[in-house]
Write a new protein. Structure first.
Length: 417
């Protein structure tokens, strides 16, 4: 119909109505020539004027309105698109979508922007900008953003640490049922971090978090029952909570259950069950479990003694930063257990553990300088390393240096006076 109207207009200007009628009949045989409602029919005296708005203009206007409506994307749709792009690792375009949604007040997008700036994923890391976005979302009532803001104040990430503000935001998040915040508050009370230590308060928050499925809270409750912190020591209750955490895939819980069977804590000692639990935790990358398996091979507990297997497991744990494993590897190279004696390698491993503050490793380095093993004999350097070990509480180092803990207590009392 649009083409018909255009042809009609052109012919009207030229006054060639007769030719126009023939042309349209040939070119547009399927077009209905009856004029639309609201118009007068053509007459021999010339074309009639249209009594309504031209249909070409009407159609164009409708299409423009449709396009405008289609291009208006809701903030929820912008956020969803951002999530899709983020998951496909298209961080730059995801960032743009999050910003558009954030500017329209989408709390989830504001929170996600905070996470991106906090982690530096797809953008230059900035704790300050992360805080600003977390703050916007937190003030809007987003529980995860409230937790993140509390964590920023707790750890002093880009701001001065403020335990009061940290607790304030964590409580706001926890009161909305955000279990990670509930567990974090429990840790603050258990450790006395920024608040007076209160195991009963800690247990209460852990239970809330555990009831919402928080795995760390389940594990922490188990530790409290095992150690009798805020509750009467009860190994049965401890095992119950450790088992709940392990069923949720927590490697620390699996390792701890293995430790209980290994040393008979609240259960009958069972090396076979201990090794089974350690292996489950080790497969999940738990370095403590890997170290414990190494100890069982080294000492021949529940299986045939094998220094080679012990070294293999110690190496796995050491690569994950386990200082006890690093120290034991040093001992094996120093003593030639399963490997050829190498004081140089022994010292290297002792140094790795010592750099992380391992007291046994610091003491071992002192002994090597004292004996001249792999290094030039130096009593002066030996004493330096003994002093470092003593500062970490190593009793052997204190004995060699003639340090008496009672004397230290007396000095502290004098300082108080």
């Amino acid at each position: 119909w649009r083409d018909f109207c255009l042809l009609w207009y052109q012919r009207r200007v030229r006054g060639e109505m007769e030719t126009f009628t023939k042309a349209t009949a040939t070119a547009l045989p399927k077009v209905q020539t009856k004029p639309p409602a609201g118009t007068k029919p053509f007459s021999s005296g010339g074309p009639a004027k249209m009594q309504t708005k031209p249909l070409v203009f009407q159609t164009t206007q409708i299409k423009r309105n449709e396009i405008t409506q289609q291009t208006e994307v809701s903030p929820e749709e912008q956020f969803a698109k951002g999530e899709e792009l983020f998951n496909s690792q298209d961080y730059e375009r995801a960032l743009e979508c999050y910003k558009k949604a954030s500017n329209k007040g989408n709390l989830s997008a504001q929170y996600k922007l905070g996470l991106m700036y906090a982690s530096g994923k797809g953008i230059q890391k900035s704790n300050q900008i992360a805080k600003e976005w977390f703050e916007k979302a937190a003030e809007g009532g987003h529980p995860a953003a409230q937790f993140s803001l509390g964590e920023i104040y707790l750890k002093g990430l880009g701001v001065k640490p403020d335990d009061d503000l940290a607790l304030e935001w964590l409580v706001k998040s926890a009161n909305q049922g955000y279990h990670i915040a509930q567990c974090a508050i429990g840790c603050m009370y258990a450790d006395g971090h920024g608040v007076e230590q209160d195991y009963e308060f800690a247990l209460g928050w852990y239970v809330k978090a555990a009831n919402h499925g928080n795995i760390s809270a389940k594990y922490n409750i188990g530790c409290m029952y095992r150690d009798g912190e805020g509750v009467k020591q009860n190994y049965d209750h401890a095992m119950l909570w450790f088992t709940k955490a392990s069923e949720s895939g927590d490697s620390n819980a699996k390792c701890t259950i293995g430790h209980m069977y290994h040393y008979g804590e609240g259960v009958e000692k069972d090396y076979h069950k201990a090794l089974q639990w350690y292996n489950e935790a080790a497969e999940l990358g738990n370095s403590s479990a890997q170290y414990n398996i190494g100890c069982m091979y080294r000492d021949g507990e529940g299986l045939e003694q094998s220094f080679e297997d012990a070294m293999k497991w110690f190496m796995k744990a050491a690569e994950l930063g386990d200082t006890e494993a690093q120290y034991n590897i040093g001992c094996m190279y120093r003593d030639g257990e399963g490997v050829e004696i190498s004081f140089e390698r022994a010292l290297d491993w002792f140094m790795k553990a010592g750099d992380e503050g391992d007291a046994d490793a610091l003491f071992a380095i002192g002994c090597m300088y004292d004996a001249g093993q792999g290094v030039e004999n130096s009593r002066e350097k030996a004493i330096e390393w003994y002093a470092k070990a003593a500062d970490k509480g190593h009793e052997g180092a204190k004995l060699l240096l003639g340090i008496d803990d009672d004397d230290d207590d007396d000095d502290d009392d004098d300082d108080d006076d």
